[in-house]
Design a protein around this ligand. Structure first.
Ligand SMILES: [Zn+2]
Length: 658
């Protein structure tokens, strides 16, 4: 009973991001949701979720589609946890048995907002869905969850390609529409159910924006589920990297997003957030070599648990965030390699972030040799042993860049990351031998293509049985559009850069060791389990009035509130730009109409009846018809412009998750 009272005080509304909880004794990988005292939210083990779904919706989504989406999402989380998380799912339209209200009543539910008996205050036109997690504030133990999908402002679909978020070619046409693939939202919300908050990882299901492919867990979610819930024998196979991030004056960076890039996979495997002392720990890592990148948590504190309200990454002049920064050797472009072993924490050297100098576009890539024209950067390898290398280089949007790699022996594997770490280019690779002849090789470009239309444009090559010697790698870059990134323009770097990870060895190239935990593809997508699911034949658990939490409602300090506030106080210039872009099309059409009126009147007054007069009138009418199209195009252009000028607004628009 006492516990229930404690719980009463605790309602968390997940809006979009949750921060990492670095303040805990053990800073975590991924970004968990935390209590007001910083305790990570989690279920007691083993977790068994009894979930009751009500498919009543306004989107014309069939009961079967909804059922399949929920079961498919639940199964992914089950698999990710090593079966520690299990579930039973009941679905039906009878509101007595399948309730559609948010309450601490002993049953966890998933339903659509339009089916709720009364409006849910936190469902605003910007929010796709939200998860209310009821937890014990002292222990962080999760008691119950309610998931609401906003079918009042959005149309849910069962087509992975029919979704409005950024992140695919389709986004061009659909991003102003309100269609949303229901499973994207359910998988994401179920992440909140597991105790996770939002992530900055571009390929993460917990990304703060709705986007294609979120229906499937990314590497970061798998690392999170393994870390929080998997059995001890699984945990012991994993390692971690910890360290500290500071500014140049030595003060800690609170709220830096740290990405661990796996050498053997050529992808970001897991992420973490720094605590108020600048400390982080990226956990759940497969043993192997890693490289680190730090960036601001671009979605900001409003996307995280309120506990993290004070994170501040906007420390540079003009209240801009610090630059992306890699852990490098002596501030060169050579990345520091970190070796992670099972059941062990590797300590990384300190990482110091910088502000962007006025004359430099990317301070995070110092002394870039690329930009010194005529110099071919050289990577020296020792042909007598296995050699790994990792470098970061700034590129040009249009130029090709050649790297000389000397000392190559036998087998060579190279990954080039750009897209997945928010660099605005697609990098394509060609390898030449010292004679200038193109080397035959296996290429993966792009590195991942999902059935939703999402493409990870990173690329890789692998060549076997090469004669020892020197080779030349040519990287050509194509500029990608902001809408091709799952977070759209948010967090996209202004400068193109690449991370090159390579291995050269006479022995066979190593492969990821834990493919049963992290499937071997650039997004770690799990294989589909489409076997039929049967709900229990028993009635679903019924709500218990004793535990009713009526009167609690939602926590008013929800991230959404914070986000709105941040927006209102944002840059005046952006607001003016909005007003201007809104008003201009109307001024334009008004002007055209006025000209037309004046023209007509003068035409009437002069009573021109000549054929020339008629011809002019005809031309004018045709022009007017064309002008209507021009006007529509212009309107669309301005609308687009507005979104590019004001990326932060976009966060609050339809892509918001709860
Ligand atoms: Zn969310």
């Amino acid at each position: 009973m006492g516990r229930v009272l404690v719980i009463l005080t605790l309602v968390t509304l997940f809006m979009w991001l949750a921060l990492t909880n670095p303040l805990l004794q053990n800073a975590q990988a991924f970004i968990p949701s935390v209590t007001s005292t910083g305790k990570q939210l989690r279920w007691d083990l083993p977790i068994h979720l009894n979930l009751i779904g009500n498919p009543t919706n306004r989107s014309n989504l069939s009961e079967k589609s909804f059922f399949n989406a929920v079961v498919s999402s639940l199964r992914q989380w089950q698999k990710a946890s090593g079966q520690v998380f299990s579930f039973d799912y009941w679905q039906g339209s009878d509101r007595k048995l399948y309730p559609t209200k948010v309450a601490l009543d002993g049953v966890s539910t998933i339903f659509f907002a339009s089916a709720a008996p009364e409006p849910i205050p936190q469902i605003s036109p910007n929010v796709l869905g939200l998860t209310q997690v009821w937890y014990d504030n002292e222990s962080g133990q999760i008691q119950e969850v309610d998931i609401i999908l906003n079918d009042i402002n959005f149309i849910f679909t069962d087509d992975p390609t029919d979704t409005s978020g950024y992140g695919s070619e389709q986004s061009t046409a659909s991003r102003y529409r309100t269609h949303v693939f229901v499973q994207n939202v359910i998988t994401h919300e179920l992440g909140h159910v597991q105790g996770l908050s939002h992530s900055g990882g571009l390929q993460s299901s917990m990304l703060f924006m709705e986007s294609p492919e979120q229906a499937y867990l990314g590497c970061d979610e798998l690392a999170a589920a393994l870390t929080i819930y998997s059995p001890r024998e699984s945990q012991e196979k994993l390692g971690s990297v910890s360290g500290r991030i500071s500014f140049q004056d030595g003060s800690p960076v609170y709220g830096a997003h740290v990405l661990a890039i796996s050498q053997v996979r050529g992808t970001v495997l897991a992420t973490a957030l720094t605590d108020s002392k600048g400390k982080y720990a990226v956990r759940g890592l497969e043993p192997g070599n890693y490289y680190l990148m730090a960036e601001p948590f671009y979605a900001g504190p409003s996307a995280l648990s309120t506990y993290f309200a004070d994170i501040n990454v906007k420390v540079c002049p003009g209240e801009t965030p610090f630059n992306r920064k890699f852990l490098t050797q002596d501030d060169s472009h050579v990345l520091t390699q970190l070796s992670v072993s099972p059941n062990h924490s590797t300590t990384a050297p300190p990482l110091v972030v910088q502000c962007r100098p006025a004359d430099e576009t990317l301070a995070s890539v110092p002394n870039s040799s690329i930009l010194k024209r005529g110099i071919v950067p050289e990577i020296h390898l020792n042909p007598n042993q296995q050699q790994n290398f990792g470098i970061v280089e700034q590129l040009d949007f249009t130029e090709e860049q050649v790297f000389k790699i000397s000392g190559v022996s036998g087998n060579l594997q190279i990954y080039v990351l750009a897209y997945s770490i928010y660099s605005p280019i697609r990098a394509s690779l060609v390898l030449y031998d010292s004679e200038g002849l193109e080397v035959r090789l296996r290429k993966l470009d792009p590195s991942y293509t999902g059935d939703s239309g999402f493409i990870n444009y990173d690329s890789s090559i692998e060549a076997n049985d090469l004669p020892d010697g020197t080779y030349f790698l040519k990287i050509s870059s194509t500029r990608l559009r902001p809408y091709q990134y799952p977070a759209g323009p948010i967090a996209l770097d202004s400068t193109p850069y690449v991370v090159l990870l390579g291995t050269s060895t006479h022995a066979s190239l190593s492969r990821p060791s834990l493919v049963s935990y992290f499937p071997e593809n650039a997004r770690c997508r799990l294989p589909d389990d489409s076997s039929p699911y049967q709900s229990p034949t028993s009635q679903p658990p019924s709500p218990s009035l004793k535990q009713s939490g009526s009167g609690i409602g939602f926590c008013s300090s929800s991230p959404s509130g914070g986000t709105s506030h941040a927006l209102r106080s944002s840059n005046t210039y952006l607001r003016l730009a909005n007003i201007f872009s809104w008003a201009l099309p109307w001024l334009f059409i008004f002007g055209v109409a006025l000209v037309r009126l004046v023209h007509k009147r003068s035409f009437a007054l002069s009573r021109l009846r000549t054929t020339m007069g008629s011809a002019i009138l005809k031309i004018w009418q045709e022009c007017w018809q064309k002008l209507q199209f021009v006007y529509l195009g212009f309107l669309h252009f301005l609308y687009t412009l507005r979104h590019h000028i004001t990326p932060h607004r976009q966060k609050l628009r339809k892509k918001a998750f709860s």
